[in-house]
Design a protein around this ligand. Structure first.
Ligand SMILES: [Zn+2]
Length: 283
C-alpha cells in the first residue's frame, strides 16, 4: 500500500501524508508536498517551496506559510539545510530552529541531512526528482530528513543519518522507522557511466547483495543504465541495521506524474521544488 496518501480536500491538495506514522503518534506530522494548491506562477505553478529557483520570493514564502499553517506549526519552526548533494548531517537544537525559513543565506551550511529531538521544530528539505528519506525513532522521540539525489545516495547519506541519530540521541538502528518518499523512479531515470561507476563502487564498499545489482541498475547499453535510487537507499538502510519491515517505500514517480510533482529531469531544470517535512508538535 502506498504510504504517502494524497489529500483530497481542496485546502489540502498540496499534501501527501505519511498516514501510517501519524496514526501511531498523534504529535507527529510527516509528508511531502505536491505542486498543487499554491500561489506561484508558471513554470513554478503552483506550490513551489524552493527559494533558489528564481521564483518570486513572496510567492515561495506564502506557500511555505500555507504549509506550516495547515500543519499547526508556526512559520518560525521551519528549519532547513543548504542542500549541496553531499552527505553531511546536522543536529537541530533550539538554537537552529527557524534557520533557512525565509532566505537561502541562513540555511544550515553544507548540510543535506537534519535531525532533531526538539519538539515544535518542522524539519524540511526540497526536491524535484531526488529521493526524500524520513527517519523516526519513537523511543527517543527523534526525527530526521535526508536529501538523497544520486550523489547523496552513493555517498551513503542514509548511513550517516543512522550514525548521527545514534550519536545524538542514542538511537539503535532496530528502533528506527524509515520511509522513502516520492522521487524519480527507474522508469524515468537514465544515467551515464559516471553514475554507474559510483554505484558499482558503493556496492563493493558496503558489500551489498550482488544479485540485486542487476535490478537496481538495468543496463541499456555500455554507457547508459536505468537506475532505482529508492531501492539503493533501501539497501543502504538495511545494511545500517534498520529492519526491512520498518522501511516504507513510495511508488509515486515524479517523472511520470507531472500533474502532481515537479520533475527537474522532465522539465529541463526549469521548475519548482516540493518539500519533505517531519516534526513533533509540542507535548
Ligand atoms: Zn516514471
Amino acid at each position: 500500500m502506498e504510504p504517502f496518501v494524497i489529500q483530497t480536500a481542496a485546502e489540502h491538495q498540496h499534501q501527501l501524508l505519511l498516514e501510517g506514522w501519524i496514526e501511531q503518534e498523534q504529535s507527529l506530522t510527516a509528508g511531502f508536498t505536491t505542486r498543487k494548491g499554491g500561489v506561484s506562477s508558471p513554470p513554478f505553478s503552483s506550490f513551489n517551496i524552493g527559494l533558489h529557483v528564481h521564483d518570486q520570493a513572496e510567492a515561495v514564502l506564502a506557500n511555505r506559510r500555507r504549509l506550516t499553517d495547515s500543519l499547526g506549526f508556526s512559520f518560525d519552526a521551519w528549519t532547513c539545510g543548504e542542500q549541496v548533494h553531499a552527505n553531511k548531517v546536522a543536529v537541530v537544537t533550539a538554537n537552529e530552529r527557524g534557520k533557512g525559513r525565509s532566505s537561502m543565506e541562513d540555511t544550515l551550511p553544507g548540510v543535506d541531512g537534519i535531525i532533531t529531538n526538539e519538539r515544535d521544530v518542522l524539519l524540511t528539505s526540497f526536491y524535484a526528482d531526488c529521493v526524500p528519506l524520513y527517519f523516526w525513532d519513537p523511543q527517543h522521540h527523534a526525527v530526521g530528513l535526508a536529501h538523497a539525489g544520486w550523489k547523496g545516495t552513493v555517498s551513503a547519506i542514509a548511513l550517516n543519518m543512522v550514525e548521527a541519530m545514534r550519536n545524538a540521541f542514542g538511537t539503535e538502528p532496530h528502533q528506527l522507522r524509515c520511509a522513502i518518499g516520492p522521487a524519480i523512479d527507474q522508469c524515468c531515470y537514465e544515467v551515464n557511466e559516471v553514475v554507474i561507476e559510483r554505484i558499482y563502487e558503493l556496492w563493493q564498499q558496503l558489500a551489498l547483495p550482488n544479485q540485486l545489482l542487476d535490478l537496481v541498475l538495468k543496463k541499456q547499453n555500455e554507457n547508459k543504465a536505468m537506475i532505482n535510487l529508492k531501492e539503493i537507499n533501501r539497501q543502504i538502510m538495511i545494511k545500517a541495521g534498520i529492519l526491512a519491515s520498518h522501511i516504507e517505500i513510495s511508488e509515486w514517480c515524479t517523472g511520470c506524474r507531472r500533474d502532481l510533482f515537479y520533475s527537474h529531469r522532465m522539465e529541463n531544470g526549469k521548475t519548482g521544488r516540493m518539500a519533505s517535512w517531519i516534526g513533533l508538535r509540542k507535548g
